[in-house]
Design a protein. Structure first.
Length: 368
């Protein structure tokens, strides 16, 4: 009896090891693209079967030109798993309108807005730097992440290019066909092993065999769930392409192609631009003056008060000086410069005016 149990345990362990070897072989073989091309392995995508002989279809001699080549290339492309990602930077004069139209077009084509960040600019930048050189108005911008159905991605990119000025664009396609097929094949192998282990579970008689089978089942189920999660991620990325869209508001669109201009054309454009800047500067100064008028009136009032206070203090100082002089005996009358000799200086200290000069006569001469 014990011998039979041991034999059954050995058989069960051998079956488990055999199933594990099958899973490993299936995983390693699925990584080879030639294996699928030679054996015509099929796989499922969204419930549809794709044949690998369509994916790796060789071109015939008649497909080298004309419609035949285009049709076969379209068939090959349709069988592949492509993840498309695009990055667009655009400018617009009508920021609000473009933002609304982009969202409406996304919903119209069956997509959705995954994320959106809108920056409405700064009041400081709006009044304190000139945007005529940079081209930006109030520094308003938006960053959107859009998910568009893959079959409508090209139409949406065309719509964006027609309704804005594209300054930067990049489109990338990643072919994940082999990875997707590998995951599908490995998943099928694990599902087959899982079914086999469940059958063995019904035949297990010892606790040790049951524990071994359950441990292996847990590993297989974890791997299956992980692969299903990766497949769902691939499905979402393949079905919906991703567009990262940056929108900037400007007052003048950036020229897409700069043509070589003559000297006179450059002089004319520069002169006109200078006149435009002067006019814009005068307009902005008038706007700034009107907007800042309350501040200017406040500053003028403060200056007026300060001047009046200084004048009031100066008058008070003059009055105090006059009172102090009056208290000391009054002010001295004005005295003309003394023109006599110091010998004629009176004893009182006050000089007297010299006697008027007498005409020289003969008598005066004799007296002298």
């Amino acid at each position: 009896m014990n011998l039979n149990r041991r034999r059954k345990g050995i058989y069960l362990m051998s079956a488990v090891l055999f199933a594990a070897m099958l899973a490993g072989c299936g995983a390693s073989d699925s990584k080879s693209g030639a294996y699928y091309a030679e054996n015509g392995a099929s796989y499922d995508s969204y419930g549809e079967d794709y044949a690998t002989d369509e994916i790796y279809m060789p071109q015939s001699d008649t497909a080298a030109s004309g419609t035949g080549s285009t049709n076969e290339q379209g068939s090959v492309r349709a069988g592949r798993k492509l993840i498309k990602t695009a990055n667009f930077s655009v400018e617009t004069l009508q920021f609000d309108d473009l933002l609304v139209h982009v969202q409406d077009k996304t919903e119209e084509l069956g997509g959705y807005v995954e994320s959106m960040n809108v920056y409405n600019g700064s009041a400081y930048n709006r009044y304190n730097y000139s945007y005529y050189d940079t081209g930006y108005r109030n520094d308003r911008s938006a960053s959107l992440t859009l998910r568009i159905p893959s079959e409508n991605m090209d139409a949406f990119l065309t719509y964006v290019g027609e309704n804005s000025n594209v300054t930067n664009r990049s489109v990338q396609e990643v072919d994940v066909t082999l990875d997707y097929v590998d995951l599908e094949s490995h998943k099928k192998t694990l599902l087959a092993e899982q079914d086999r282990l469940l059958e063995l579970m019904g035949q297990a008689e010892t606790l040790e065999d049951i524990i071994t089978l359950e441990s292996r089942l847990s590993e297989i189920r974890y791997q299956i769930e992980s692969m299903e999660s990766r497949l769902r991620t691939y499905d979402n990325q393949i079905t919906y392409s991703t567009l990262y869209l940056d929108i900037s508001e400007v007052v003048e669109l950036t020229p897409v192609q700069v043509e070589e201009k003559t000297v006179w054309e450059r002089i004319g454009e520069g002169f006109v631009k200078s006149l435009t800047n002067i006019g814009n500067g005068c307009r902005e100064f008038f706007v700034w003056f009107v907007v800042s008028l309350p501040y200017l009136l406040l500053i003028a009032l403060i200056v007026f008060v300060i001047v009046r206070v200084i004048m009031f203090i100066a008058k008070r100082q003059d009055k105090k000086r006059e009172k102090r002089m009056a208290a000391m005996g009054g002010t001295q009358p004005y005295m003309a410069p003394y023109q006599g000799t110091y010998a004629q200086m009176p004893s009182g200290g006050q000089p007297t005016a010299p006697a008027p000069a007498q005409p020289v006569t003969t008598e005066n001469k004799e007296q002298k």
